[in-house]
Design a protein around this ligand. Sequence first.
Ligand code: 9G3
Length: 570
Amino acid sequence: MKQSNLFLPTLREVPTEAEIVSHQLMVRAGLIRQLVSGVYTYLPLGHRVLRKVQQIVREEMDRAGAQEISMPAIQPAELWQETGRWDAYGPELMRLKDRHSRDFVLGPTHEEVVTGLVRDNLNTYKKLPINLYQIQTKYRDEVRPRFGVIRSREFIMKDAYSFDTSRDGLDVSYQSMYDAYSRIFSRAGLKYRAVEADAGAIGGKGTHEFMALSDIGEDTIAYCTSCDYAANLEKAEVVYRQGAEKQEAAGGMEKVPTPDVKTIEQLMNHFHMEARQFIKALVFKADDRFVVALVRGDHELNDIKLKNVFDANVLTMASEAEMNELGIPIGFVGPFQLPDTIEVVADFAVQDMTGAVAGANEKDYHYKNVTPGKDFAIKTYTDLRNIVEGDECPRCGGHIAFARGIEVGHVFKLGTRYSEKMGAKFLDVNGKEQPMVMGCYGIGVSRTVAACVEQNNDENGIIWPWTLAPYQIHVVPVNVKNDEQRQLAESLYEQLLAEGYEVLLDDRAERAGVKFKDADLIGLPIRITVGGKAAEEIVEVKVRKTGEALEIQTSELPERIKALSVSLQA
Ligand code: 9G3
């Protein structure tokens, strides 16, 4: 490709709305342009990278035996009503009416469509298992799109759906996708970890997220420094060791006036005690009932774990109005004299507390010297808190550390949740009707591009890994007005193309400085500069990743480039 023809509007200045490096660089290097908030156009360079990610995805999905299809983005509301998701989702689900005023959704995902498709066209165990996938634009009306294409309102996803006759079959399909994902992200050059995750609203048991490691990642990963245990913070299990036989606190609990002492900090000052000596009580609404969760004052409640304890669809903090209605004084909540409709659960660590301070459930009062189990009963102790760095690894006893990640892949064991709701059944070997057992598997294709830029850049711009680079070699004649330089550059360009490389020739009549800045910004893996020594058939070969540059005879170029391309793919 000749750069004088390439639609590549690079920018020097950093776009103000871009908060993170990958968003800044993808705009400055002319890969994307925003149409409206959360909606992007991919320009030629960005599109070439997208296509490379898709190519790797296709090769690995096909290798895993999945079959590519293409499903519509426009989906009838009736399908979503069959699964109950028409009402379950709010404004994030983009809805539209056709000319006959019929309701449709713009597909944020395709469980309903694919389950309907298989239900209507397959009904015998002989035709299972099957895995159908597509690479398609998805629509989700994010409340706050940000970070460029990392959290956008339309994005490209590879989504796959497996259908098996049994849970064992699903386990095989799931593992096959898990392995395919590992190959995809390795080939894309991403530093990633597969972490245990929470299934969330989609349901099902067992799910992993593939996280591209990055400090701007929205997710926190808890991983073990000794074994390969890794989990999303939402899911990470806390190891609880029953404390030593707790020494009874002297005397009984005592109600003390604590006017306007509400927060843990205020309590710590008032009682001159550490956070770990307080019982934090939080009131939640789990679907249509109220619950109170108790955690030690220095711990954080994990609301996903709480939600799972009650198997709730929706879990929200009780509002001030709801607290008033319940007669629970905000800031003085405690496990005492609660309305008996309220279920109280406590994190394991609470049961070891003695001489604690807790809200008295009366405005301006707390109790001190409280001993759970003695001064109040708890029916359910469970794992309710966030794991913290230094906690014990639930697999090997090692140490837990934190990292942040960008979720680029997510694999789920759905089970029969959708097949039962939509009647996707098969006749088993005994002729008996059974619901198909499903899995679903997503990769954020556009998000993977951004994660790659987030992990591969320096102060001068992007540093593309060989496998995702929009072009592999950048030929840059310093001065196109100099015939020797221009002619040598063009002949090298033709020669490299003939050898099968993807080559960009910067044939623009720009100053050298501008060309070199643009070359660093768009970050192709290898740059060949044709300058003052063109007459001697000497050029400079520079590796973008390491900055190493060396002058070589053009006669050595083929094997030098070959060697570099091999080392850059290692
Ligand atoms: C919606 C909206 C947003 C959503 C969903 C539905 C996320 C939704 C979860 C999934 C599960 C898997 C197949 C590929 C892998 C992920 N956000 N999810 O179901 F209506 Cl507005 O998409 N789907």
